[in-house]
Design a protein. Structure first.
Ligand SMILES: Cc1cc2nc3c(=O)[nH]c(=O)nc-3n(C[C@H](O)[C@H](O)[C@H](O)COP(=O)(O)O)c2cc1C
Length: 215
């Protein structure tokens, strides 16, 4: 947990099916609401399909970068972006947004059957978040399991903004939500230290505005 980083650069090593199979066989013990296990994983090795999936994420990545450059918090659901569309369209995206999906030996497209997911916040007047809890533990388990085998990857979400096209490309039914595209491969390097807030910075006692939990 302390060293599992977002791997975006991979060596030329393959990720053989038997290793991927072990990764998925460990990851499948992830929890889901009511143990309904609505996730589906499409294993994409075909290079053209991976490149197409990377391209489908490009418009969202352009907006992400344009918002960052304008000092906004990209894609946040509270404050609409003030960046004009023509500025977004003209924004160059770093290779780091496209290359991992195109260059990894394998790309997992994780979707989840909305027909079995309990979404407890669906009637609240805000963007839904609870449904993700029935699929992201599996996604994170995949990354931890991959690390256990000497591999790594990243949760990517840019292509979700083009979900219809992702579904069409891979034949995913429209009752499934696309939750993540996860490139996996052998990382080129291992960072020495991950930058994360300390516990006392985001944990409080008894109330949200209670004293910091210092342990
Ligand atoms: C929900 C979610 C969405 C993410 N989407 C992307 C993405 O689209 N592209 C990408 O390169 N990284 C993506 N990431 C990776 C994060 O940028 C990364 O986990 C974070 O910067 C911490 O990186 P580190 O573990 O290497 O320190 C995403 C991570 C999460 C949890």
């Amino acid at each position: 947990m302390r060293t599992a980083f977002a791997a975006r650069e991979f060596t030329d090593d393959t990720l053989p099916d038997d290793v991927l199979s072990r990764i998925l066989d460990n990851a499948r013990f992830a929890p889901s609401g009511g143990n309904r296990q609505g996730a589906h994983i499409t294993v994409v090795r075909d290079a053209r399909t991976r490149r197409r999936l990377a391209e489908l994420g490009a418009p969202a990545a352009r907006r992400y970068v344009a918002q960052l450059m304008a000092g906004e918090s990209p894609w946040n659901p509270l404050r609409p972006s003030g960046v004009p569309q023509d500025v977004i369209d003209a924004t160059e995206i770093p290779d780091a947004f496209v290359a991992p999906l195109a260059n990894a030996p394998v790309l997992l497209v994780v979707s989840v059957d909305l027909g079995v997911v309990a979404v407890l916040d669906q009637e609240l007047d805000r963007v839904g978040i609870a449904g993700g809890a029935s699929v992201y533990p599996l996604v994170w388990n995949i990354l931890l399991a991959a690390r256990n085998e000497g591999y790594g990857g990243t949760i990517t979400t840019m292509a979700i903004a083009a979900e219809d096209e992702v579904r069409r490309l891979l034949g995913i039914p429209d009752t499934h939500a696309v939750a993540a595209l996860v490139p996996l491969g052998k990382p080129v390097r291992q960072p020495t230290r991950l930058r994360r807030r300390s516990v006392a910075e985001f944990v409080t006692r008894e109330r949200f505005d209670g004293p910091a939990f210092e342990g």
